[in-house]
Write a protein that binds this ligand. Structure first.
Ligand code: NIG
Ligand code: FE
Length: 411
């Protein structure tokens, strides 16, 4: 099956040569072809170029994209979209003056979601979660990482990861699963951290590996959650099962955790609302992608990741949603891109690079996703008629997406 897009006003993120990520000043370059065509064969990008070179191909379905922009779908490398229920009451409690930390200390927060998760059946969690997956696909996300971490028990964590596996099997979108048993200490382990870490390493991990349920491992490296030393144990245990780390770090405090993540070969370090010069030094010449989650900063009113400091230091940066019931009940990557431009002073070029090719790197799929490159998956956003791609972040809150193609099929 062939689909030929013609008269595309701007074809964005065109990479003739394979690249796995962009860093520093290169992030401000977003290669594009004006008045372009794009040929999709089955689920693969097979050809593109300026309209004067467009092949005739009478057998292809033709889509006239006059006035419209085509770009690769968003790659959301950090979400928690598998969960039960919601945390709407905590949202109102925060409006009335309680902090995220105070709510967590009262047994709310992650432990609140864990209680709901453990009380809900696998089928029901699947039904709730698939709606969120369908929602983000409509919003232009073509690949997504999904974490466990609201089970905090052997059965709960496995249940979450099985739901992620079912989503992988039933939807065309690329999904990576991350085991986040180390999200918080359950109440019964509050004074027995070693006991819970032992449960993660010696009971959860072997079962998860045995069922092949996870691609990556994560921990919440934060004051009051998992210490640097505890996170190192988790990363080392993950490595034994071939799971690279993607770590929540530097959200509320900077305790030199990024260096430990880099030294353990982490694929990404996520949040980074606080970044010290020492953290930047650790990231230099590393293979670890920093990931910013601006919707989280927006929703719980904490500082935004200092994107300028990171990019101007020559480092790469990815953008992801963090879609979860507590700190970010939204998976809209269009809002993420707009907020990165508005609040983090990223240029539209930088933000689109961060939400496509760098996101793909942060979930280990840049060989197949994140750019318009021959041979990559046919994951395409077709916009409504717009003035230029700058309008995407400018008109924040307006849905400018006309159609989304995932694996060669319009959804
Ligand atoms: O990425 N920071 C840790 N984990 C999630 C939030 C978890 C929750 O509050 O449910 C995050 O923000
Ligand atoms: Fe998160």
């Amino acid at each position: 099956m062939k689909t030929l897009f013609i008269n595309i006003k701007e074809l964005l993120q065109v990479r003739e040569q394979f690249i796995d990520k962009v860093a520093g000043a290169d992030m401000s370059v977003l290669p594009k072809i004006e008045n372009a065509y794009l040929l999709i064969e089955n689920n693969i990008i097979s050809d593109f170029g300026p309209m004067e070179n467009c092949p005739t191909l009478p057998e292809a379905d033709r889509i006239d994209a006059t006035g419209r922009i085509v770009l690769p779908t968003w790659v959301d490398s950090h979400t928690h979209i598998v969960y039960a229920g919601n945390r709407i009451q905590e949202f109102v409690d925060r409006i009335n003056g309680l902090s995220y930390e105070e709510i967590a200390n009262r047994g709310g927060g992650i432990l609140n979601s864990a209680k709901k998760l453990n009380e809900t059946s696998e089928d029901e969690i699947y039904e709730q979660s698939k709606l969120r997956l369908e929602e983000i696909m409509q919003q232009g996300t073509g690949a997504v990482e999904i974490k466990s971490g609201y089970g905090l028990s052997v059965d709960g964590e496995i249940k979450m990861l099985r739901v992620i596996k079912r989503l992988k099997e039933n939807y065309p979108i690329a999904i990576k699963a991350t085991f986040l048993g180390a999200h918080a200490f359950p109440i019964e382990y509050k004074e027995n951290h070693d006991g819970y870490i032992d449960l993660i390493i010696n009971e959860m991990l072997p079962k998860i590996a045995n069922e092949n349920l996870a691609d990556y491992i994560d921990a919440f490296l934060e004051t009051g959650y998992f210490s640097v030393a505890e996170t190192i144990k988790i990363m080392e245990a993950g490595k034994k099962y071939g799971l690279s780390a993607k770590i929540h770090v530097n959200q509320f405090t900077a305790i030199n955790g990024i260096k430990a993540c880099v030294e353990n070969g982490a694929l990404s370090v996520d949040h980074l609302e606080l970044v010290t010069d020492e953290d930047l030094r650790a990231l230099h010449n590393s293979k670890t992608m920093p990931v910013a989650l601006p919707s989280c900063s927006y929703f719980i009113i904490i500082p935004y990741t200092p994107a300028r400091k990171i990019i101007d230091a020559g480092l790469p940066l990815a953008l992801a949603s963090d879609y979860n019931p507590g700190t970010t009940p939204s998976g809209n990557m269009n809002f993420v891109v707009a907020t990165a431009c508005i609040k983090m002073k990223m240029t539209p070029e930088e933000a689109i690079n961060a939400a496509t090719i760098n996101g793909a790197y942060a979930m280990g799929i840049s060989a197949t996703h994140g750019s318009i490159t021959k041979g990559k998956r046919a994951n395409i956003i077709l916009t409504k008629p717009i003035n230029s791609f700058y309008e995407l972040p400018y008109a924040f809150g307006t849905n400018l997406i006309e159609r989304v193609m995932i694996e060669g099929q319009f959804i």
